[in-house]
Design a protein around this ligand. Sequence first.
Ligand SMILES: O=P(O)(O)OC[C@@H](O)[C@@H](O)c1c[nH]c2ccccc12
Length: 251
Amino acid sequence: MPGVLGRIVHERAADYAHADPDPGPARPAARRFEAALSGPALALIAEVKRASPSQGAIAPLDPVDAARAYEAGGAHALSVLTEPRHFDGTLDFLHRITAAQSLPALRKDFVVHAAMLREAAEAGAAAALLMVSVLGEATGAYLAVAEHLGLDALVEVHDEAELDIALATEARIIGVNNRDLKTLHIDLDVSPRLIARARAAGFTGVLVAESGYRTPADLRTVRGLADAVLVGTSLAASGDLAQAARDLMRP
Ligand SMILES: O=P(O)(O)OC[C@@H](O)[C@@H](O)c1c[nH]c2ccccc12
C-alpha cells in the first residue's frame, strides 16, 4: 500500500500485532450515531483533530473543551482522532469526551485489528471508522465485529472500486473521502460523484461527505445529496469552534 496511508497502516498493524483479537461480550446495537445523522437537514460530524499529515499541527485543542464547543455550535455527532503519531490523538481523548458530553462519538483511526473496535466500545464510542482502502474485502468481517459490539460503522471509500466493495457489505453508513490518503490531494467533486452512484445503485442508508470543507459555498455540491458532512481542519483551526460550526452549516 503506497504513500502516507501505507506507512500509518503499517505502524498501526505493528502496534496491535500482539493484541487479543477477542472482541469481548456482545452489546446491543444502539444505532445512536446513525440516528444522529438521519434527520432531514444536512448533519455535521465535527472532528477533534489536533494535527494531520497534510497540515502538521492544527491547534492544541483540549479534547473535552472542543467537544463541548462543537455541541454548542450545533454539531450532530463527533469524530475523535485516536491515531497518535500523525494526528496527535489518543484513545484517552475518546474516553474523556464520551464521559463529558452526550453527542455520539466516532473512533477515527486506521482500524486494522478487532481489538481497536473493542477499545472503541469500551471507551464509550457509538461508532468506528472502517476504511475500505485499508481493509478491502475484509471490510465485511470488521463490520460484523462492530455489529457484535453494538457499534455503528462509518465505511469509508474514495473511488468507484472501493464503493462497490462497500455496497456489497451490510454497511448502513458509507462515507466518501474527498482526500486521497495516498497523495493527500483533495477533490471536492469526489463526494457528489460517489454519493450519486451509491443512490443510483439503490443504497438507502446514510451517506457522509468527508474532508476539505471550509465554507458554506463548499457545501453546495452535497446539500440535498449527502445526509451528513465530516469536517475537521477548518473548524479545529478556527479559534472559535462553536461559531465556526454555526457559520459553516448556515444554509
Ligand atoms: O480535516 P478535514 O479536511 O475537514 O477532514 C476531516 C476528515 O474527513 C479527515 O480527517 C479524514 C477522513 N478520513 C480519514 C481517515 C483517517 C484519518 C483522517 C480522515
